[in-house]
Design a protein around this ligand. Structure first.
Ligand code: GLC
Length: 587
């Protein structure tokens, strides 16, 4: 940091508005434009460029982590970047963001909570608060002060690859997830806060056909009724940033939609934080690949304050300078964007405390956080069938047969956005697989045999078949028509083999969405929906053996056939296999 002293913007006791005004006045156009750019750490090919291009924000997108991927290396990395930023003429600190969407999931060893679809089934505001607070601690210990959460999507078509990032098909469930804003930030944004992001504004979960980044074709009245309410709540809770959706509304890309961004979000709803684009989200505006002067001008004039570039920052900087020089973006708009960004940096106390809070590191994946995650798993499970009260299982004397790849794959039970963008298979993160949870809870009083392929069920008292989906994220997870939305071939073979044994069967579904299982259901005596429970798979066994009774309710209408999709509560001729809000308890 240079030798600037006794300047208002450096005075912690001065009102934020005064500090912002004082700093803005001192800034060159280069310094202002740098604040409006966000780069993924992977593409910063010279750390000195943080100063050269006056960059105001860095991010860790899905899977963007230092090597080794541990808390100290994260903190060293973020602090090192911060020192470069603080060495500049005005010493404006960086705001570092990361996708912590079900725990600090880019960090190896973080507590991995259930994805939002399971939290929608739990629908417990107090649980959301505790998850948000625990997640904020684990993020802060490693340096970032901004997470791109909560996702407030209202998923209306389960073909969408991001259905699991939504709390469900009804906006009321997204209101529960919106409680994460206060959990992360507190009642107001202070130096103790983790900056939250309400995303993706607006209508990301309403596209025709459930196509990711597709077109939400709705009259404004329905867009406002279904997709806007969680953003209204998030703004009322003081959310500091809002991320724009890649999708379109009636054919117009959100990233260039001045009516929805300027008039509705910032005008009518009075949002006073800053609007960040999605990853390279402005590039599509002119219909050509890459970003252009018109992309930049359209996006910023429409109301985007910070551009998640996220890669070619030298080109973006030059383009921004060119666009401003041409007058295509007004000085007033630039100043408004920079004021919105600086206001959050001052409120977060970044000028006084820019570095990682390393003292919090022992709380990462602490026993308390893991217990919270396990409780969240228990609360998220939905019991859909329980013939002859097969569940809960007796706690002794049972010969139990467990089958299915998803029983023994932490990667599958965590889903996407876990250590990598798309997630993975096998023991990707520390935690408890569903199988290990069953072995732990069943203990020595029972025998537990496992065969992923389902061979060998005969002679057992009960079979537990764990089927569902492999991980995915975003468009990779779209299952577009005429996909039957059913189980994969391996799972179907496992289900058939176990059904052929005649052994009473509990099916456990590990998936990011409802799947069409109507045909298989006839061979299952009990069915438990576990969604994407995260790393504490023991929570599933807790419910199977009645350490906890099932309380979850369906956040989605469960289709009989793929042809029924989209099917949402309130539809005419509504005839799902299981209705929105359905869930059994133990008798
Ligand atoms: C992604 C996602 C968004 C995420 C961002 C940064 O493409 O759409 O949810 O926060 O980029 O990783």
């Amino acid at each position: 940091m240079n030798n600037v002293t006794n300047l208002i913007y450096r005075e912690p006791s001065a009102p934020v508005a005064d500090r912002v005004a004082d700093l803005l006045e001192r800034m060159t156009i280069e310094e202002k434009l740098g604040q409006m750019m966000q780069i993924d750490r992977r593409y910063l090919h010279d750390e000195a460029h943080l100063a050269t291009f006056h960059l105001g924000s860095l991010l860790s997108g899905g899977g963007s982590a230092p090597e080794p991927n541990d808390a100290k290396t994260w903190a060293d990395m973020v602090d090192r970047f911060q020192r470069v930023a603080l060495s500049t003429r005005l010493g404006i600190p960086l705001l570092y963001g990361t996708d912590a969407v079900h725990g600090h999931n880019n960090l190896y060893g973080a507590t991995i909570f259930p994805h939002n679809i399971g939290l929608g089934a739990a629908n417990d505001p107090e649980l959301m608060r505790q998850i948000g607070e625990a997640t904020a601690v684990e993020i802060r210990a490693t340096g970032p002060r901004w997470t791109f959460a909560p996702c407030l999507a209202v998923a209306r078509n389960e073909r969408w690859g991001r259905t699991y990032e939504s709390a469900g098909e009804h906006p009321a469930l997204a209101l529960t997830v919106a409680k994460l804003v206060t959990a992360l930030q507190g009642e107001t944004i202070t130096p103790a806060s983790m900056l939250a992001t309400a995303k993706h504004y607006v209508g990301d979960g309403g596209t025709t056909g459930g196509v990711d980044q597709g077109d939400t074709e709705l009259p404004e009245e329905e867009l406002r009724a279904i997709h806007l309410p969680p953003f209204v709540d998030a703004i009322a809770a003081g959310v500091g940033s809002i991320m724009v959706s890649y999708s379109s509304w009636n054919g117009a890309l959100l990233h260039g939609n001045a009516y929805l961004l300027n008039d509705l979000l910032k005008g009518e709803l009075g949002f006073d934080g800053f609007v960040v684009s999605d990853w390279a989200g402005i590039n599509a505006l002119d219909g050509d690949p890459g970003f252009s002067a018109s992309d930049v001008a359209t996006a910023v004039e429409a109301g985007i304050d910070m551009i998640m570039v996220p890669e070619l920052y030298e080109e973006m900087f030059a383009l921004l300078m060119q666009v401003v020089a041409s007058g295509a973006i007004s000085q007033e708009r630039i100043d408004d964007a920079v004021v919105r960004i600086l206001r959050k940096k001052f409120e977060l106390g970044l000028f006084e405390n820019p570095f990682a809070d390393r003292a919090l590191a022992p709380e990462i994946n602490s026993a308390a956080h893991r217990a919270l995650a396990r409780r969240a798993v228990r609360s998220s499970l939905v019991l859909l069938k329980n013939e002859q009260s097969l569940l809960p299982l007796a706690k002794d004397g049972l010969k139990i047969f467990v089958a299915g790849e998803n029983a023994d794959s932490l990667g599958h039970q965590c889903g996407g956005w876990t250590l990598t963008w798309q997630g993975g298979s096998g023991p990707t993160v520390p935690g408890t697989s569903i199988l290990d949870g069953i072995r732990e809870v069943a203990g020595s009083a029972n025998t537990v045999d496992f065969a992923a392929d389902g061979v060998g069920a005969d002679g057992h008292d009960v079979a537990i078949v764990v089927v569902g989906e492999e991980p995915y994220a975003e468009f990779s997870g779209d299952r577009r028509a005429p996909d039957t939305l059913g189980l994969g071939d391996d799972d179907l073979r496992v289900a058939e083999r176990v059904a052929a044994s005649g052994v009473p069967t509990v099916a456990v579904l590990v998936s990011g969405r409802p799947l069409v299982i109507t045909e298989q259901l006839a061979h299952w005596d009990a069915l438990v929906i576990a969604w994407l429970p995260g790393a504490e798979g023991g929570g599933v066994a807790d419910v199977l053996f009645e350490e906890a009774t099932p309380t979850g309710k369906l956040p989605h209408s469960w289709p009989r056939t793929a042809e029924q999709v989209p099917i949402n509560v309130g539809d005419a001729d509504y005839d799902p296999l299981f209705a929105f809000g359905f869930g059994l308890a133990y008798e």
